[in-house]
Ligand binder design. Structure first.
Ligand SMILES: Cc1cc2nc3c(=O)[nH]c(=O)nc-3n(C[C@H](O)[C@H](O)[C@H](O)COP(=O)(O)O)c2cc1C
Length: 179
């Protein structure tokens, strides 16, 4: 299949996830194009399936991701697509945190009008070494609230790469049936 991956990122972790998806899909024999939503991304025409993802910062995704979806929504709703949401709330053991992350994704998709075949919640990363003092303090506080004891002198990655693979497998199965 000819597949397009569009991502939004603030600290780079969603790009890493999108590139991992690219590798997995290429290894499975697909033709993959990947682009940052903020960097003049290609339109979805001519592709057989699309994956779009963004990360949550202060309850919001990157505005470039919202712009891409709203600008292409009629085409997106005619092709097999999946939305992947990257955040830290889903790395928490607290159920309310997961519910909140799902609500942010659901509300976002509702606002854009896109109805993807699938959505996925992917745990992100804590990049303390990239944050300024203010961000480091906020993220330490949030992490504590979510039940994680962290050391701000190092980074943490919570992404379950096997779960990402399984999500892609399920999506390709569904997309192939639609194609
Ligand atoms: C300033 C800031 C605000 C964040 N706000 C949220 C949030 O509201 N909910 C959440 O679950 N994760 C939040 N996160 C965690 C990010 O979603 C997570 O670090 C993710 O891996 C970032 O992906 P990116 O590197 O692609 O931007 C926040 C992170 C930062 C630095």
């Amino acid at each position: 299949m000819k597949i397009l991956i569009i991502y939004g990122t603030t600290e780079g972790h969603t790009r890493k996830i999108a590139r991992y998806m690219e590798d997995v899909l290429k290894d499975a024999g697909h033709i993959v194009t990947i682009a940052d939503a903020a960097d003049n991304p290609p339109a979805p025409d001519g592709y057989e399936a699309i994956l779009i993802g963004g990360s949550i910062h202060m309850h919001k995704y990157q505005s470039a991701v919202a712009h891409y979806i709203t600008a292409n929504v009629s085409l997106l709703n005619k092709m097999p697509g999946a939305y992947f949401s990257v955040c830290l709330a889903v790395a928490s053991d607290i159920k309310e945190e997961h519910d909140e992350a799902q609500k942010i994704a659901n509300d976002f998709l509702l606002q854009t009008g896109w109805k993807p075949l699938m959505t996925s919640q992917i745990a992100g990363a804590l990049k303390y070494t990239q944050y300024d003092f203010f961000k480091r303090m906020i993220m330490k506080m949030i992490s504590k609230r979510e039940g994680r004891v962290t050391d701000t002198s190092q980074d943490y990655e919570y992404t379950d790469w096997e779960a990402v693979k399984l999500f892609l497998k399920e999506f390709i199965g569904k997309a192939s049936q639609k194609a």
